[in-house]
Design a protein around this ligand. Structure first.
Ligand SMILES: *Cc1c(COP(=O)(O)O)cnc(C)c1O
Length: 381
């Protein structure tokens, strides 16, 4: 027997309540029963995004589908966009824009760092014709958190629209859509929302609509105008992902019961304890002071085959961490702690790190990381 521990930044653990809700027999989507659930969920999602002014659309896709939907709806062929790139996911915005032939300007920072808001301001001053800025709240590939509040303020001043990938931000870090003046934000189901993969949620604020109505990029399925019309009738234009929507309603009940501020605080406590545990083992955090509470990215110590350690822990102990993506492969490993996580998950994760390193011959004092994490959790750190 082997128990599975998923410490990956998506997919994440699904609570039993949510899995059971998903397992109910399907209902038909053109019925009052479904419309009632969908209407309630759409209101709950506004709470999740902390918006009164925005509409939240539920898309049958993973997060990237939601990102593509943002691009094809908010931009036109002759527009220019500014993309903030601090890792794989920032680069994805740029790739999607490129796919649709939209000209982009980028801000690129070295992996492990965050984009400095003042650099965004300088780029916008140099390029007065920027129509949309694409940002990433939590760059999951490096474990870095961005100051979306500060960046959004700067973007607002320039008159451009602010679009944010908050796929590992929502339900983990504070993200008040209205208060921060964000125009469009996208998240996915398998990260902070505690669901299996398969849904994307896109929040569209009032200021984005003129651009959406004027957009000439090709789209049929991803059309926000159709989604807005259907949402008013508490339905979707095409067959929705009924079971995942029923499950998401359950997950939202859990989030509302805990309270969104408490959800953020729980992730802050767990993120902090994980970082303390890692540091106590003499390991270096890859994201330094910009570390998110989503995923702790750790520099792989010299002389250690981190890929082999990750594989051994996964196959023999049922503990899944992830390595680095792209050029970070073999250089870092990442401990995800999002969604359905509590304090004791940190202890399991850190003890697995200790075990993996110890068995590979790397000198670790067993228990040192766990002690530091435990101290941080009980407020004695
Ligand atoms: C996971 C993730 C994505 C991609 O989402 P998929 O669901 O894999 O399509 C995009 N951006 C960020 C920040 C992510 O963490």
């Amino acid at each position: 027997m082997k128990k599975n521990y998923l410490f990956t930044p998506g997919p994440t653990h699904v609570p039993a309540e949510v899995a059971l809700a998903e397992a109910q027999p399907s209902i038909h989507h053109r019925t009052p029963q479904f419309s009632k659930i969908f209407k309630e969920l759409s209101e709950d999602l506004k709470y999740l995004f902390q918006t009164k002014e925005g509409d939240v659309f539920t898309l049958a896709s993973s997060g990237t589908g939601g990102m593509e939907a943002c691009v094809v709806n908010v931009l036109s062929k002759s527009d220019k966009a500014l993309v903030l790139c601090a890792g794989k996911f920032g680069e994805r915005w740029n790739e999607i824009c490129g796919t649709f032939g939209v000209e982009t300007v980028t801000v690129d920072v070295e992996y492990g760092n965050a984009v400095d808001p003042s650099v965004v301001e300088a780029k916008l001053n140099e390029n007065k014709d920027i129509k949309v800025v694409f940002a990433t709240q939590s760059e999951t590939s490096t474990g870095v958190l961005h100051d979306i509040e500060a960046i959004s303020k700067i973007v607002k001043k320039s008159g451009a629209l602010m679009v944010v990938d908050t796929i590992t931000g929502i339900g983990i870090h504070k993200f008040p859509f209205d208060e921060w003046g964000v125009d469009i934000a996208v998240t996915g189901s398998q990260k902070g929302c505690m669901l299996p993969p398969g849904l994307a949620f896109v929040c569209v604020g009032p200021n984005a609509w003129p651009a959406i109505e004027g957009s000439d990029l090709p789209k049929y399925y991803w059309d926000f105008k159709k989604m807005r019309k259907s949402l008013k009738d508490a339905t979707t234009a095409y067959t929705p992902s009924v079971s995942l929507i029923v499950a998401m309603k359950k997950a939202m009940d859990m989030i509302k019961e805990e309270g969104i501020e408490n959800v953020w605080n729980r992730h802050a406590r767990i993120g902090n304890a994980t970082r303390e545990g890692v540091k106590a083992l003499g390991l270096k955090l890859f994201a330094g002071e910009n570390a998110s509470n989503v995923v702790t990215s750790v520099v792989a110590p010299d002389g250690v085959d981190i890929g082999a350690i990750i594989k051994k822990l996964r196959d023999e102990s049922g503990v899944t961490f992830t390595g680095g993506q792209g050029e970070m492969k073999g250089k870092i490993f990442r401990i995800g702690h999002i969604g359905y996580v509590d304090d004791f998950d940190v202890i399991v994760a850190i003890s697995a790190v200790e075990k993996g390193l110890c068995e590979s011959g790397f000198p670790v004092e067993l228990g040192k990381g766990i002690t530091a994490a435990q101290k941080a959790l009980v407020g004695n750190g």
